[in-house]
Each structure stands twice: as structure tokens, then as C-alpha cells.
Design a protein around this ligand. Sequence first.
Ligand code: PEP
Length: 234
Amino acid sequence: MKFIAGNWKMNGSIAALRNMAAALRDIDTQNKVVLCVPYTMLGVETNGVSLGAQDVSAHDHGAYTGEVSANMLKDAGAEYVIVGHSERRQYHGETNDTVRAKAAAAIAAGLTPIICVGETMDEKQAGKTMAIIESGVRESIPGDTNGKIVIAYEPRWAIGAGLTPTSTEIAEAHTLIAKTLESMGLGGTPVLYGASVKGGNAAEIMSIPHVDGVLVGGASLKPDDFIPIITSVK
Ligand code: PEP
């Protein structure tokens, strides 16, 4: 069983989500499918497909205009929430400390955070990929996870770019993450790969050791693109 999450980013509509849910209803799969959608779509009935948000406030409630708390996400129908996506790190200055606080808020509310880590192109070219991944994992995970976290390795230079690391690079990154999680007492935590996953490369990527599933951006928006990814593996 693989874990296949879609990240709709700031795309889609309630009608598009209903259409996706209807298309997913009849597919034959044992895989876990989660759609992380804009806040406005969290109340949609999706016939058993889990929904997630794409960000959460680190605060419980109060004077934080524009923010949405973890309890509110839960109340609206979310089971998951992406935290520390590279676009939040890039455009909103989120650091591992911010991400850890948001993940802790999500866990406290009973949500499962999908915690994203990964290196930029500058960091890759400077030979820092492994160090960034390891510090991302160590610093972005709260002390008390309650057994409820998912990690996503997303090389930031590859997201939305149609680029993917080699299978060897993905294997090295995921082996490091698995070892790091083990050393933190979090062995068995699912680790997803994300960046430019599509129907044509999903099965190969998910056959790499320690890749427990995928986080899919652009190719999760349309059933014709997303369903081949879900059905590419048993
Ligand atoms: C993402 O945004 O998490 C992502 C993986 O995007 P894409 O699949 O479009 O590269």
C-alpha cells in the first residue's frame, strides 16, 4: 500500500473537487489517497477520499487575521495538512522552527501533518543536499508526534519544473531520511517523494527503497493525470 497525496496549491474549484471525487470512486486501488486542497473546498463530500489543507496557523485562536487554526481545519473536514511546503518556505519565509510549531499545532488537533523537507538548487550545487535534508527532518518534527506524521522529501529545484533527481539521488535521500527517523525513534514513519511526479514515472519512483508514496502537484489536478499515478502501483 502506497500513500498518494495531491497538492492542488491555489488551483481548482468545488466543482472540480466533486468531479475528482466522482472519478476516484470507482478505481481499483488499495493505496491511500489524500487531496490537499484550498481551505474553501474542505467541506466537500468526497466519497471516502481524505482531504487535507496546505498550511495551518501555529496559533490556537485569536487576533491572527487571515490565519486558520488546526481545530478549524479539523472542524471543516480536514484529516491532513501540508506544512513547510517549499512555496511556504520561499514566499512566506517559513523556517524549520516555524514548520515544527505548525506541525505541533496540527498534531494537537488530531490532524496528520505532511512535513516537507528538501534542498534548493543553490544548496544542491553547494553539496549541501544531505545536510539540508537531515537538519530539515530533525528540526521540523515536533518532540511529540503521537505517531501521526508523514514526511515528504521534495527537492525544491525540481518542483513544478518537470525535473526529477536520478533514482540513485532519490534512494540516497530516502535512505538518509529513514535512518534519521529511526535514530529519532520514529522508524516506520511514511516518507513520500514529491516533485514532477506523473503517470510515466510514478511506478519507478515508488519502487525505490524507502519511498512509501508520492506527493503530487500539477498532475493531481485532473483525473486523467492523477488516476494513472494512483493505479501505477498496487
Ligand atoms: C508540489 O507542489 O508539492 C509538487 C510536488 O509539485 P509538482 O508535482 O507540480 O512538481
